[in-house]
Design a protein around this ligand. Structure first.
Ligand code: T5A
Length: 210
C-alpha cells in the first residue's frame, strides 16, 4: 500500500452533463482509500442537510423561478455547505472531493442562463468574493463534447430541471467552462474525458498526486 498523501487538498470536479464526474470521483476515492488519505466526498448543490433540501428544489422540474433567484439559491446552498462541511473538513486536515463548485455557477447561471452577460457574471464574481472564503486547490474540468456527455447521460431515466435544457444552453455552459479554464489555468486543469473510465482516472491521478 502507498503512503498517505499528507497535505489536505480541496478538489472540485466540473463539466457539462454526463461527462463522467461521478464515475471519476468514485475512482479517485478508491485511490485515496488505498493511500490511506482521509477525505470527505461531497457535492453541489447539496452536501449538507439544508443544502440537500435546496438541491431538491433546484432540480425539481416543477420549480419555476427567475434566474437571479436560482443564482441566490445556489449560493445559499453553497454558504451552508461551506460552513458545515467543506471548511470544517479542511481545518481537520481532511481532503475534500467535491462534485461541482463555483465554476458550475459561472458556467450554468452565468453562461447557460445569463448568456455570458457581463452584469450576470459580475453578480457571480461578487457573490464568490463575499461568500466563498476558500477556493479549490485543484479544479478538474472534465472536457468532453456536449453531445458525447448527453449520450452518456442519456442512458439514465428521468431528466432533472437542468437536464431538460436544449443543446444550445449546454453549448454556452461548455463555453463558460472553457473560458474559465483559459482565465485560471493554475487552478483549473483540463482533463480529456474521452476514453475509458480507467484512462480518465489515470489522467486525474497524475494531476492530483503531484
Ligand atoms: N448546477 C450545479 C448549476 O446550475 N449551478 C451550480 O452552481 C451547481 C453546483 C446537478 C445540476 O446542477 C447544476 C448543474 C447540474 O445540471 P449534478 O448532479 O452534478 O448537478 O448533475 P450532472 O452533471 O447531470 O451529473 P451527472 O451525474 O449527469 O453526470 P456525471 O457525474 O458527470 O457522469 P457519470 O459519472 O454519472 O456518467 C454518466 C454515464 O456515463 C458513463 C457512466 O457509467 C454513466 O452511465 N461513463 C462513461 N462511459 C464511457 N466512458 C467513460 N469514460 C465514462 N465515464 C462515465
Amino acid at each position: 500500500m502507498s503512503h498517505p498523501v499528507n497535505q489536505a487538498k480541496f478538489i472540485s470536479f466540473e463539466g457539462t452533463e454526463g461527462v463522467g464526474k461521478t464515475t471519476a470521483i468514485d475512482l479517485l476515492c478508491q485511490r485515496l482509500d488505498k493511500t490511506g488519505t482521509d477525505y470527505v466526498r461531497t457535492r453541489e448543490p447539496g452536501g449538507s442537510d439544508f443544502a440537500e433540501k435546496l438541491r431538491e428544489l433546484l432540480l425539481d422540474t416543477a420549480t419555476n423561478i427567475f434566474d437571479d433567484t436560482e443564482l441566490l439559491l445556489m449560493f445559499a446552498a453553497r454558504s451552508d455547505h461551506l460552513a458545515k462541511v467543506v471548511l470544517p473538513a479542511l481545518e481537520a486536515g481532511k481532503w475534500v472531493v467535491c462534485d461541482r463548485f463555483i465554476d458550475s455557477t459561472v458556467a450554468y447561471q452565468g453562461y447557460g442562463r445569463g448568456m455570458g452577460d457581463p452584469i450576470m457574471l459580475s453578480k457571480i464574481d461578487s457573490l464568490i468574493a463575499h461568500f466563498v472564503p476558500r477556493l479549490p486547490d485543484i479544479t478538474l474540468w472534465l472536457d468532453l463534447p456536449v453531445q458525447e456527455g448527453m449520450r452518456r447521460a442519456g442512458k439514465r431515466s428521468v431528466a432533472d430541471r437542468f437536464e431538460q435544457q436544449k443543446t444550445a444552453f449546454f453549448e454556452r455552459v461548455y463555453q463558460g467552462f472553457s473560458e474559465q479554464y483559459q482565465a485560471q489555468p493554475t487552478r483549473i486543469h483540463r482533463v480529456d474525458a474521452h476514453g475509458t473510465a480507467e484512462e480518465v482516472a489515470e489522467r486525474i491521478w497524475v494531476i492530483v498526486s503531484q
